[in-house]
Design a binder for this molecule. Structure first.
Ligand code: NAD
Length: 505
């Protein structure tokens, strides 16, 4: 019998005063916004929102902390020790953070528990990276000792989306702080709670004031001033392509450094030599994990004509068995969509797919969950017999909707897979080792898998080709993205240059 976790069993206290974090202090927002529980459609609590003055104060605090504070000047090992304390504190508060994430964003607890553990690991990983060899020593012709070092960039603006609220914040804060930068981070206006809780933890641990500032609120009101500010040296953004382009334009004010992690329409290519049941199992995970609200979701199945029909039949049978319900309920396998606007958007795409003539195999409508009738639930949906130029094939839906495309040859599989303005992730399923190598090399995407999907390693670079973004996060690449490169030349034999004749003698 399914059970919903409720107070007093719950660790998370949602109905309390939530605050921004500016210059080392927790402060009330100039305004507030009602947060909606996506499982019920009802108001969950009020979240603080910063106004322009508070955003400016946060930026100035980060500027001061970078220009005059201890953080960039302390040893890398001291910074690492603080990051390790933060990782430990995230672990110690993991149950509470996971519940907050589920209540605020709707994803099942089993997913948010994983995300919180992953967030702690990201801080630990970057704490461990700071004392590893970096930089270069270069032989140059002059009597010079020449080295190349990496230094922090300065004040980093960081703007994150709602689909992995704490984890996306960790991907940004951990490498930035490890490198000695100071930060002004904005969570999504839909899901600020875990990041606001993280701010309290950061304060408790005793990070120097101004090193981390958290300002919540809407994109244009809070995010844009950060992206435009002349006092900010770098902007790191994760979100949609549309907003990413706006951010890149805003960053032109002072040509700040920009990294963008944007959307995707990622293909999963399945050849007929691979076990269909296993491929279907991966396909379900690829698209329905987090209700399809994953930038790297496998939203296009590109399937060998020889197994096309059986693949679709088996995938539909399995999709119909997925337990959709509130994230806090035991046994829920897929939660609601994050917000009413996202729910409406996905239903519009479904209607468009039907209108454009795609064959609806299963799903294709909202789902009423007993006792949670106003929640944002949508049935796992499959469209087949699609055409390449259909909106549901080309555009990122960001919901539990997958299209299945058919191919006759390896060349056609590659062509279909690459037929996208996006290039975030891609996978190929085959038992033919030479074909696996050929196809994976031909896929135009930053993250690729052979016979796997969604494995994400903090140690490996994350980011996309084409319009899926600029630059990479995670791994050593993620740390480099928060550094400037400086060459230092020390002349061991200072003599007059003699370029201009000395006429005084
Ligand atoms: P979004 O672009 O609507 O919003 C992302 C963030 O930008 C939010 O915090 C929002 O408030 C802020 N924002 C909005 N307008 C802004 C503006 N004018 N100036 C500054 N900030 C602004 O995206 P979303 O709906 O929150 O997230 C979903 C998108 O994120 C999807 O496209 C998904 O693919 C992408 N995503 C990408 C990755 C990746 O690593 N590539 C990871 C997660 C999500």
């Amino acid at each position: 019998m399914a059970q919903t976790l409720e107070a007093p069993q719950m660790k998370a206290n949602v109905d309390r005063q939530w605050q921004l974090f500016i210059d080392g202090e927790m402060v009330a927002g100039a305004g507030t916004r009602d947060l909606i529980d996506p499982a019920t459609g009802k108001v969950l609590c009020k979240a603080p929102e910063a106004d322009k003055t508070q955003v400016e104060k946060a930026i100035k605090a980060a500027r001061k902390a970078f220009d005059h504070g201890p953080w960039p000047r302390m040893s890398a090992l001291e910074r690492a020790s603080m990051l390790n304390k933060l990782a430990d504190a995230i672990d110690a508060n993991a149950d509470e953070l996971a519940e907050l994430e589920t209540l605020n964003g709707g994803k099942p607890l089993r997913e948010t528990q994983y995300d919180i553990a992953d967030s702690a690991y990201v801080f630990r990983y970057y704490a461990g990276l700071v004392n590893k060899p970096s930089g270069q020593s270069i032989e140059v012709p002059a009597p010079s000792v020449t080295t190349v070092v990496r230094e922090p960039i300065g004040v980093c603006g960081q703007i994150v989306p709602w689909n992995y609220p704490l984890l996306m914040a960790a991907w940004k804060l951990a490498p930035a702080l490890a490198a000695g930068n100071t930060c002004v981070l904005k969570p999504s206006e839909f899901t600020p709670l875990t990041v606001l809780r993280l701010a309290e933890i950061i304060k408790e641990i005793g990070f120097p004031e101004g090193v981390v500032n958290i300002v919540a609120g809407a994109g244009p009101a809070v995010g844009q001033p950060i992206a435009e500010s002349l006092l900010v040296d770098k902007i790191a953004f994760t979100g949609s392509v549309k907003t990413g382009k706006l951010i890149a334009q805003s960053a032109l004010t002072n040509l700040k450094k920009v990294t963008l992690e944007l959307g995707g329409k990622s293909p999963m290519v399945v050849f007929d030599d691979f076990d269909v049941d296993v491929a279907v199992d991966y396909a379900l995970f690829a698209i329905y994990c987090n209700a399809g609200q994953v930038c790297s979701a496998g939203s296009r199945m590109v399937v060998d004509a020889k197994i096309y029909d059986s693949f679709i039949k088996k995938m539909a049978q399995r999709a119909e068995q997925i337990v959709v319900g509130p994230g806090m309920q035991d046994g829920t396998e897929m939660g609601p969509l994050v917000s009413k606007s996202q729910y409406d958007r996905v239903l519009e795409y479904i209607a468009r797919g039907k209108k454009e003539g795609a064959r609806l195999v299963t799903g294709g409508e909202a789902l009423k969950v007993e006792g949670h009738e106003n929640g944002y639930y949508i049935k796992p949906t499959i469209f087949a017999d699609v055409k390449r130029d259909m909106a549901i094939v080309q555009e990122e839906i960001f919901g539990p909707v997958v299209v299945v495309q058919k191919f006759e040859s390896e060349e056609e599989a590659i062509e279909l897979a690459n037929d996208s303005v996006y290039g975030l992730a891609a996978a190929v399923f085959t038992n033919d080792i030479t074909r696996a190598h050929r196809v994976v090399k031909a896929l135009r995407a930053g993250i690729t898998w052979v016979n796997a999907y969604h494995n994400t390693y903090t140690e490996c670079p994350w980011g996309g080709y084409k319009q899926s973004g600029w630059g990479r996060e995670l791994g050593t690449f993620g740390l480099e993205a928060y550094t400037e490169v400086k060459q230092i030349n020390i002349n061991l034999d200072p003599q007059p240059v003699g370029w201009f004749e000395n006429r005084n003698n």
